[in-house]
Design a protein around this ligand. Structure first.
Ligand code: GLN
Length: 467
């Protein structure tokens, strides 16, 4: 029934949303029938259909990371998080549109057309996990797997009005996640509630012999429900609040902080001056790693090959020129420059030092507070096209999410209401960041916030009439 419902919603909404690149209709039906035959339940995710971002390898299905260079790639294996969810009884149903390889903040850098925000078709759903966020916001499935390198799960979650989570680096195996920036990449989750995220974390986290960077820890168990937040110290960074340049968004976040206070938490003002350098640091380091990771798309092993001038070098150049989109080429060029002899001391090595200092600053603040709370985004969803020609404006979207990524910290984004912008009410969100490996704590605080509010239950107008 759940699979049929999801398929019905896809049939009704997908033409408008453009959130999916592939739907495994027959496979999902067969999977559901098999589970039904089993009879007994495998747990809370038994029979729950879900979607996966198109950069997670799914055996036998096209896994393109929304790139022409992988448009016909069918992996021979499942990414660990997909395999573990299937073991837990969840049913993979389709793969989600995204910015190519995870480069972007609006979905517009997909090679296959930009997804639209449910209910607000002229606005960008955020990105790169745009399709995952849009589909969950439209209640196509209760959750979707995403990835989060610099904010990809949290930022679109905020702009589409759903809950999003980026775990601590290494908490969920990256085996089968198509690499963007290996020291920053995490598998993220988008869902209709924090409880659902906790269920997905319990099923997917834990050591994995196939990923040497997956931490040797047992699967994450949710913290017990708590009455309020008495005794919890919540850090509020002046820099983060100042970055929320849209005044109504700042006011919404301030109201959410008051909810935390009314639940018994103590708000502690903090200064985190190095977080102001997060975008520049993130952009340099992630582009260096991307340039290195994308070197494999040379036409020799994957995807369509262009002959070029007939020479090996000519063919590789022509293949990469045709297979990679404009933003991917921009990142490869920036990263290659910053990695090259005579330049790397100036760019890569300095950025690596700033990252270490920034991490120290963030980790140290958890001696004074239990979690950090602030905005996920500077303002509500911008218009499609608005930042497309201005890469720096697009990169600036990561200002509030990149710090946790650079420091490897767990961070959740939960809806905290809407703000009026040009006559429309658009969602914004509260971001909660935790100390290293405090994933369960962050989620418990987010869950307590959610049980005291109802922002996550709001549905975009277009979904009201549907099953
Ligand atoms: N906006 C970030 C970027 O463009 C998002 C990266 C990510 O999390 N995949 O690099």
């Amino acid at each position: 029934e759940a699979v049929e419902l999801a398929l019905a919603r896809i049939a009704a909404l997908e033409a408008e949303l453009g959130s999916l690149l592939d739907v495994a209709e027959a496979g999902a039906r067969a999977h559901a029938a098999e589970l039904a035959r089993e009879g007994s339940s495998r747990g809370p995710l038994h029979g729950v259909p879900f979607l996966v971002k198109a950069n997670l390898c799914w055996r036998g299905r096209v896994t393109s990371a929304a790139s022409r260079s992988l448009e016909s790639y069918r992996p021979p294996y499942d990414a660990t998080p997909i395999a573990r969810l299937a073991e837990a009884g969840a049913i993979p149903l389709g793969s989600c549109n995204m910015d190519e390889f995870g480069f972007g903040s609006s979905g517009e850098h997909s090679s296959f057309g930009a997804p639209r925000t449910p209910g607000y078709p002229s606005r960008a759903p955020g990105g790169p996990s745009s399709g995952s966020a849009a589909a969950v916001a439209a209640r196509v499935t209760p959750f979707a797997l995403a990835s989060d390198t610099g904010g990809s799960a949290r930022q679109p979650a905020a702009l589409c009005g759903v809950s999003g989570f980026k775990p601590s680096y290494g908490r969920i195996s990256r085996h089968g996640l198509i690499a963007f920036a290996s020291s920053l990449d995490t598998v993220g989750v988008l869902a209709d509630s924090v409880e659902r995220i906790e269920q997905v974390l319990a099923a997917t986290s834990g050591a994995d012999a196939r990923d040497a960077t997956a931490l040797s820890l047992p699967p994450l168990q949710p913290e017990a429900p708590r009455e309020g937040l008495r005794g919890l110290r919540v850090g509020v960074s002046a820099e983060a609040l100042a970055l929320a340049t849209h005044a109504p968004t700042r006011a919404r976040v301030a109201a959410a902080l008051e909810v935390l206070r009314s639940l018994g938490a103590e708000l502690v003002p903090l200064a985190l001056p190095l977080t102001r350098h997060a975008v520049a640091t993130y952009q340099l380091l992630s582009s260096c790693e991307a340039a290195s990771n994308l070197a494999r798309y040379d036409g020799l092993r994957y995807g369509p090959r262009e002959p070029g001038d007939g020479s090996l070098q000519g063919s590789i150049a022509a293949t990469r020129g045709a297979g990679l989109g404009a933003e991917a080429r921009r990142r490869v060029l920036l990263g290659t420059l910053a990695l090259s002899q005579g330049e790397r001391e100036q760019w890569l090595e300095r950025a690596a030092r700033v990252r270490a200092l920034l991490r120290e600053e963030l980790v140290a603040c958890f001696e004074q507070v239990d979690v950090l709370a602030g905005p996920t985004v500077a303002g509500p969803a911008f218009r499609l096209g608005e930042r497309l020609e201005d890469p720096l404006a697009m990169y600036a979207c990561d200002a509030l999410t990149a710090p946790a990524s650079l420091a490897g910290l767990p961070a959740a984004s939960v809806p905290c209401g809407t703000v009026e912008d040009d006559g429309v009410e658009l969602p914004v969100a509260l971001q909660l960041t935790g100390a290293p490996l405090a994933d369960a704590r962050v989620l418990a605080v987010a869950r307590t916030f959610q049980s005291a509010t109802s922002h996550h239950l709001a549905r975009p107008a277009l979904c009201g009439a549907l099953p």
